[in-house]
Design a protein around this ligand. Structure first.
Ligand code: F6P
Length: 319
């Protein structure tokens, strides 16, 4: 049996661990494993090469993806999906493992509708796939934000300033939310809750009332308020200097945490097990700590729910 593996969309720490698991478990199961470069772009260009046990050596601890990644316009057309199926057929690939986020999985779903067997692994820092408790890369990204908060807190405290830390996550506030709780932020602005800048200012003033001389505010990129607007308003209302730190791509790189390596390794192994057992078209994820597989369409239809209790907790813990 021949299988292909690709990474697609924004890279996420742990993608390499997932590729390694797919290649090593696949070979262990007697399969030929082919690496497809640059996601669906590379698939359309036929950038496909057989992988060996040693081609995934020394990558478990590395961020990025050795297969490279891309967001493919060409693949998003009906023609692109059809062409991809033909190319997979030319290489004799019986099943495709896609490591990526929401958009990549939607692409995989289209391929499955044409009869290609696809297995999806959730690779994105955003944690925006509702069918799985966590996505590969999320834990590392949040830890990167926590590290930044600790450093920023030192200098904010020394200068008695407010600092807004802008984080990624697209339409999902999980990076902001989890980092807010773990990092002791005074307030968090997330896409799931309508931004209330007055409330943030009141919170800072409340803290100032009991002698707090600096505050950390986390602004998710999709909150609806720009960090510049937020900083201007907070500075005006609180009368305290307010700076902005945009963490941007720092959150997408770095050494994957144990949680991400485990999720990636176990998900990769599960994909191979499913293919070996003749099961087709599944999205793999973790629910209550257990690796599970779901029908792709159903998995993608699940509505993301954000943790309201966690959001409220931030307010109480930072009083
Ligand atoms: O999906 C991962 C992510 O990092 C989002 O958090 C962010 O909005 C987006 O990708 C940025 O994408 P790009 O690197 O294509 O600009």
């Amino acid at each position: 049996m021949k299988i292909g593996v690709l990474t697609s969309g924004g890279d996420a720490p742990g993608m390499n661990a997932a590729i390694r698991a797919v290649v090593r478990c696949g070979i262990d199961a007697g399969m030929d494993v082919y690496g497809i470069k640059r996601g669906y772009e590379g698939l359309l260009d036929g950038e496909i090469e057989q992988m060996s046990l040693s081609s995934v050596g020394d990558i478990l601890h590395r961020g990025g993806t050795i297969l490279k990644t891309a967001r493919s316009e060409r693949f998003s057309t009906e023609e692109g999906v059809k062409r991809s199926k033909v190319i997979l057929g030319t290489f004799g690939i019986d099943a495709l493992i896609v490591i990526g986020g929401d958009g990549s999985m939607r692409g995989a779903l289209e391929l499955s509708k044409l009869g290609v067997n696809v297995m999806c692994l959730p690779g994105t820092i955003d944690n925006d796939l509702a069918y799985t408790d966590y996505t590969i890369g999320f834990d590392t990204a949040v830890n990167t934000v926590l590290d930044a908060i600790s450093k920023v807190r030192d200098t904010s405290s020394a200068h008695e300033r407010n600092t807004i830390i802008e984080v990624m996550g697209r339409h999902c506030g999980d990076i902001a939310l989890y980092a807010g709780v773990g990092g002791g932020a005074e307030a968090v602005l997330i896409p799931e809750v309508e931004a209330d800048v007055n409330r943030v200012c009141r919170k800072i003033l409340q803290g100032a009332g009991r002698g707090k001389l600096n505050s950390i505010i986390i602004n998710a990129e999709g909150s609806g308020v720009s960090s510049e607007e937020l900083a201007k308003e907070i500075a005006e209302v609180t009368g305290r200097e307010t700076r902005i730190v945009v963490l941007s791509y720092l959150q997408r790189g770095g050494v994957p945490t144990l949680d991400d390596r485990l999720l990636a390794s176990q998900s990769g192994a599960k994909a191979i097990e499913l293919i070996q057992n003749g099961i087709k078209n599944r999205a793999i994820g973790t629910v209550n700590g257990k690796i599970q597989a779901f029908e792709i369409e159903g998995a993608l239809a699940e509505k993301p729910e954000f943790d309201h209790e966690l959001y409220e907790l931030i307010d109480v813990l930072s009083k």
